[in-house]
Design a protein around this ligand. Structure first.
Ligand code: BG6
Length: 488
């Protein structure tokens, strides 16, 4: 698919996501020569800025990120693409002004609206874009990129979908989950389906259990307002971690084309055994960070962060156990956890294989053998590692664990940010790395019973010291031999 020139209209352009991710990613696409000629970027902002001030702001954002890679000449070219439309997005005149500006020949009539705004504003913004005829595709395509969270629970997600499908067809909607733009996440599919060695073992006959960990050492920064209403289950598990789970467990798709890929992911989500109200206690766990030490620095507890009520029981750590009731996975537990202010920042999928049926070395002085693990390091270390048992050199028949590594990126190869990939896909009209509504819907179905239970149990939440691996939640594990694996 070929990238076509377009006008990116970014709602929430002065916000955090735009500063840290969107603008730097667009700049890097330009630097790599991947932004088609004629591509323009229109920022929507309330602040009383003009074009010049906005371009200066973007230069600061890009420079902060690019550091030594910042290139004046590239930025000059990029800067010429930048425009600023000042207005209050809750007011109708903001949209009539926008429609007038975009009608100018300088702007490509392929328009992508990027909604990096509060979910509560998605519906009203779309309604006003539609009223001002901005979704009319007569002169070019119209696409809308919607940041997560898509809804607050199953019911609100369905209501939001109902509202937006009034204005847009499914082909125009790009629901973003930036994890799908990460190179190592895409590599999970390549690893599984471009190699035959492990695929025959990738099932309940050989795999004991699978763990997915996303831990962060940062806290909630200045996102208290959003985070306290969301919590770790909505913020990470319902979206990013369940997506990782689908990629690691799905059947081979018919092709890499968007619908085939999404069909297979949805099949996995549909096969997840629903968690009954009674099972929530056994299958899900939550915690909140208290003060502690992170990277040798004292940090405050969640309740002392800005904009957090003293009585908050919002979870900053969530873990859960799921089962996929299909032929491939029946009986295999999947353990997933995520948390802020944990010991280390790391995202890993860890696949633990069963022990061999017989330990031939039982009568020798061989130590108890470790099972084989396949470790998929998503970040910061991007790797595929297979742990095998080998003989220790020497006269004794003893063993140790040795790893086979398939590295993802060599030192001289540059990292590509997830948003670069996804923003380019929008220009190509490739939706394979974006979510179809039924994926979002089934993901909400999975976590909704937990959310409902936790919503009424508001008098107690376990705590964990900042800088630790989270609260003690070993009750989730099916067997004594299973426990969280934190090392890669
Ligand atoms: C976002 C969450 O979607 O993902 C954040 O809202 C989280 O709370 C972030 O920190 C993690 O993304 P990444 O790419 O830094 O792992």
């Amino acid at each position: 698919m070929k990238a076509e020139p377009c006008t990116y209209v970014i709602f929430g352009a002065t916000g955090n996501l735009s500063r840290i991710k969107l603008m730097p990613a667009l700049y890097r696409l330009d630097a790599a020569g991947r932004l088609p000629e004629g591509t323009r970027i229109m920022a929507m902002g309330r602040r009383p800025w003009d074009q010049q001030k906005w371009r200066q702001e973007v230069q600061d954002m890009v420079q902060a990120k690019a550091k030594d890679d910042f290139d004046e000449a590239v930025f000059q070219r990029f800067s010429d693409r930048l425009y600023y439309h000042q207005g209050d997005i809750s007011q109708a005149d903001c949209y009539s002004g926008l429609a007038q500006t975009l009608a100018d020949k300088a702007f490509s009539q392929n328009i992508a609206f990027y909604l990096s705004i509060s979910p509560a504003d998605f519906g009203p913004v779309m309604s006003m874009l539609s009223t001002n005829d901005l979704f009319n595709e007569e002169s070019g395509w119209r696409r809308v990129i919607i940041e997560k969270p898509f809804g607050y629970d199953l019911e609100s997600a369905q209501a939001l979908q109902k509202r937006i499908s009034h204005y847009l067809s499914e082909e125009q909607i790009y629901r973003i989950d930036h994890y799908l733009g990460k190179g190592m996440v895409q590599n999970v599919l390549v690893f599984r389906f471009a190699n035959v060695m492990l695929e025959p073992l990738w099932n309940r006959n050989y795999i004991d259990h699978i763990q997915i960990t996303h831990s962060e050492s940062i806290g909630i920064d200045s996102r208290g307002d959003y985070y306290d209403g969301a919590g770790a289950l909505r913020d990470m598990l319902q979206s990013h971690l369940l997506q990782l789970l689908t990629l690691v467990t799905m059947e081979p798709p018919v092709s890499m084309e968007a619908e085939s890929l999404r069909d297979e992911k949805v099949k996995v989500l549909k096969s997840i055994r629903p968690i009954s109200k009674e099972a929530v206690h056994a299958q899900a766990f939550r915690g909140q960070y208290a003060k502690g030490m992170v990277n040798n620095e004292k940090v405050k507890g969640y309740l002392d962060e800005a904009n957090i009520p003293q009585s908050s029981t919002t979870e900053t750590y969530a873990s859960m156990k799921l089962y996929i009731d299909n032929w491939r996975w029946r009986g295999v537990p999947f353990y997933m956890r995520t948390g802020k202010r944990m010991a280390k920042a790391q995202s890993t999928i860890s696949i633990c294989f069963r022990h061999p049926p017989l330990q031939f070395f039982r009568d020798t002085n061989v130590q108890c053998m470790n099972p084989n693990w396949v470790l998929l390091g998503i970040q910061p270390e991007e790797c595929i590692r297979i742990e095998m048992t080998v003989k220790e050199p020497g006269l004794e028949m003893s063993t140790r664990t040795s790893s086979l590594d398939a590295s993802f990126r060599n030192q001289d190869e540059k990292a590509v940010d997830a948003y670069e990939d996804l923003l380019l896909d929008v220009l190509k009209g490739d939706r394979s790395l974006f979510l179809r509504f039924d994926e979002v819907e089934y993901a909400w179905r999975i976590v909704d019973p937990i959310l409902q239970s936790w919503a009424v149990e508001r008098d107690y939440i376990a705590t964990y010291p900042a800088g630790s691996w989270g609260p003690e939640d070993s009750r989730l594990f099916d067997k004594e031999s299973q426990s969280w694996r934190s090392s890669l």
